[in-house]
Design a protein around this ligand. Structure first.
Ligand code: 0O2
Length: 195
């Protein structure tokens, strides 16, 4: 089977490296200004062949290089995990102001959580070379929930349990969201005491 990204893979890797570097530069300058590192950790990946083909099929798109690069927007992906809610939004603002990438779409799943409780801030960026990248910004709590939810593989369960599982997952997500707000308040108090 041919590579769905055709001959674009090396250039895609370079664009992803540039995006990671850009975020790392922003992280360092923000940390210098505030004395707090706004990032806990960053993951990045080129979407796997199998996952891209599955997504094309799910969206009713042909499994072509053109569809993978211009109709699906997460061939390149960056996940930025931040300690606090304010870090997520501060980084979002800095990324949006970056000259190398244009923001083409944003979804605030923090303000508008998904029905199952999923929370994150998603940005779709387009590079100067024309490649799309999805940036997911989330707190450590949101990342913990998403990782655990992913491990459950609950979507395969039968109907009866499904409702209870979804309900409990939503409760856990809401509890973590409440913890995020409390942690933010504590951080703001500590910062204010330092003034
Ligand atoms: P991977 O392995 O993370 O790359 P969609 O049709 O939903 O797939 P779209 O429009 O990009 O496509 O949707 P969305 O929901 O804005 O963003 C999709 C990505 O967000 C997913 O990527 C996940 O990484 C993350 N995500 C969205 N909803 C959930 C959720 O309920 N639980 C978890 N754990 N993650 C979620 P992919 O493509 O699924 O795969």
């Amino acid at each position: 089977m041919d590579d769905i990204y055709g001959g674009h893979r090396p250039e895609m890797e370079l664009v992803l490296d540039k995006l990671v570097q850009r975020v790392d530069d922003l992280r360092q300058s923000m940390a210098l200004q505030s004395a707090f590192d706004p990032v806990d950790h960053i993951l990045h990946r080129v979407k796997s062949e199998e996952s891209m083909r599955e997504k094309c099929r799910r969206k009713g798109l042909p499994e072509t290089t053109e569809a993978a690069l211009t109709k699906v927007y997460d061939a390149l992906g960056l996940r930025i995990v931040c300690p606090f809610l304010s870090d997520v939004y501060a980084l979002r603002d800095h990324i949006a102001a970056s000259p190398d990438f244009v923001v083409v779409e944003e979804r605030d799943y923090i303000l508008h959580a998904k029905p199952n409780g999923y929370r994150s801030y998603h940005m779709i960026l387009r590079s100067q070379e024309g490649y799309y990248a999805e940036v997911q910004l989330r707190t450590i709590s949101m990342d913990t929930w998403a990782a655990l939810e992913h491990h459950l593989h609950y979507k395969k369960h039968r109907e009866g349990n499904q409702r209870l599982i979804v309900q409990e997952l939503k409760r856990c997500a809401d509890e973590l969201a409440s913890t995020d707000v409390s942690m933010q308040t504590l951080r703001d108090m500590i910062l204010a005491e330092g003034d």
